[in-house]
Write a protein that binds this ligand. Sequence first.
Ligand code: FES
Length: 148
Amino acid sequence: MGELFRRFWLPAALSEELTEPGGAPVRLRILCEDLLAFRDSSGKLGVIDAYCSHRQAPLFFGRNENCAIQCPYHGWRFNTEGECIETPNAPNYLRDTPRAKERLAIVAYPTHEAGGIVWIYMGPKDLEPPFPAFEFTKVPKGHCHASR
Ligand code: FES
């Protein structure tokens, strides 16, 4: 069933849980994956793997600042796309090769905010469907329960 659900946009969190840019992240467990939702300091939403690609430290305890989550262990920084953009304990040239970039990156899923809900798509990129036009996602803010 997990493969089937991965072909649809799934509700992941309420927008009201993630209102503040640079605010506290929210832990999620969806389709047996531990994830982290956060709104970076520029206001961009991200849903990424809950653990760091270095030593698997939980990013929930990291700092959400300067457009990234910073791992609490060695300080690697991940943006909303799951890219590792800084490795303070290792030379940056190790991070900047194409192979290293791929290896250091963590899972990140596309997000869409509508109807007071943060939605994610967890399937293959080439099969991503358009976001469904649910009526409740089109009404003005405050006119449905999730967007109050
Ligand atoms: S465990 Fe995250 S930077 Fe080392």
